[in-house]
Design a protein around this ligand. Structure first.
Ligand code: 2P0
Length: 348
């Protein structure tokens, strides 16, 4: 497994880290008690190359964080910075600037790439060991559960009860695989995934069944991934997705992230499958649809769903590890049309 490059701070001690969102094929939905993001279910995910978070961190007199140019309330991120200092055994304060190439907190896993990049950047800026991926994953997890997976490229597993994720295959495993990201709605999600997870656990009568069913879904997905069998993987991914939403719908009050456009896209995809196109959808804590497909079919899938998208669909290959980047400023990106979105970091 390639290691994370060592830090290369400039004269101000600034380092630049980049990470990609982690798209769950089998879902993490539910935490064990204790408050440190220990998952109740095993998840299996793919890292998305086309979306990224770029984060620059400098040692400073006091902690600060801005996301996409907007200063964040200091209290929100303070526990994470404290956790970095405990891990690295230092008293460094961090001035952090982070930029997403895609809408934040809109169901596109910005907290996964955000906290993976933040963990790597802060550890590097503090002079810690950036080659220990297990430790980086465990640190990122404490910011946001799914960030444990975004430390790794390719395909990852995060086992129920585990403090860190692990890589199953790197980004070269399945070169023909494509993921079409269909952003059907640009606004922020109504409920954070953290609150929604906890509400589901505490009030949905379906939650225990969801947790009991999850290991079988994980095993089927892992076998399909090992065989690079898209139909089998797509089928089990849809089951995990829909059972997760069924569990949420059973919460009191019920949680509903979908928009009318979400349903329109699902119906278009069902029609495409009937016509023989490989197109398997998933959604997360938001209305956006992500579609597993092949390099051959990706353009046709993107065209088909485009009328229901708020911004153009994005076609992604499988992304690599979170890494340190030469040059210390997040590069400007073409972020496309932004239809809204809040800038809080602990929302996916
Ligand atoms: C996932 N999601 O496996 C699942 C599927 C959303 C739906 O992980 O509370 O932002 O920070 O641990 O990681 C979103 O939840 O939640 C998420 P916290 P996170 O990708």
């Amino acid at each position: 497994m390639p290691s994370v490059p060592t830090a290369d701070p400039d004269s101000t001690g600034a380092v630049h880290a980049r990470a990609h969102p982690s798209l769950a094929l089998v879902k993490y939905w539910g935490k064990r008690p204790g408050g440190t993001n220990i998952p109740a279910t095993s998840s299996l995910a793919v890292t998305l190359d086309a979306l990224s978070t770029d984060t620059v961190c400098r040692p400073a007199d006091e902690d600060s964080l801005e996301i996409d140019g907007r200063p964040q309330p200091p209290g929100r991120i303070a526990p994470f910075f404290d956790r970095v200092r405990e891990t690295v055994r230092c008293d460094t304060r961090f001035a952090v600037s982070s930029r997403n190439s895609f809408p934040t907190a809109a169901g596109l896993a910005s907290s996964a790439s955000g906290f993976a990049a933040l963990a790597l950047a802060t550890v590097a800026a503090a002079g810690g060991d950036t080659t220990d991926r297990h430790a980086l994953s465990a640190l990122a997890r404490q910011g946001s559960g799914s960030a444990s997976r975004s430390v790794f490229g390719g395909f990852t597993a995060w086992d129920a009860g585990a403090t860190a994720a692990r890589q199953l295959h790197d980004e070269r495993w399945w070169p023909e695989l494509r993921i079409v990201v269909a952003p059907v709605h640009g606004g922020p999600k109504p409920v954070s995934s953290r609150d929604a997870m906890n509400l589901t656990r505490d009030s949905s009568p379906f939650y225990d069944a969801w947790v009991a069913d999850a290991p079988a879904l994980f095993q089927r997905a892992e076998a399909a991934l090992d065989a690079r069998d898209l139909e089998r993987l797509g089928t089990v991914m849809r089951e995990s997705t829909m059972r997760m939403f069924a569990t949420m719908l059973g919460a009191a009050p019920p949680i509903l992230y979908w928009r009318p456009q979400t349903i329109e896209v699902l119906q278009r995809l069902a029609e495409l499958r009937r016509r023989g196109t490989a197109a398997w959808e998933t959604m997360d804590a938001g209305p956006q649809v992500k579609i597993l497909t092949t390099a051959d079919d990706a353009d046709a899938v993107a065209r088909e769903v485009s009328p229901w998208c708020a911004t153009s669909p994005v076609i992604s290959t499988v992304g690599g590890d979170a890494c340190l980047v030469p040059g210390h400023e997040p590069r400007e990106r073409d972020t496309g049309k932004r239809a809204g979105g809040s800038d809080r970091m602990n929302h996916t």
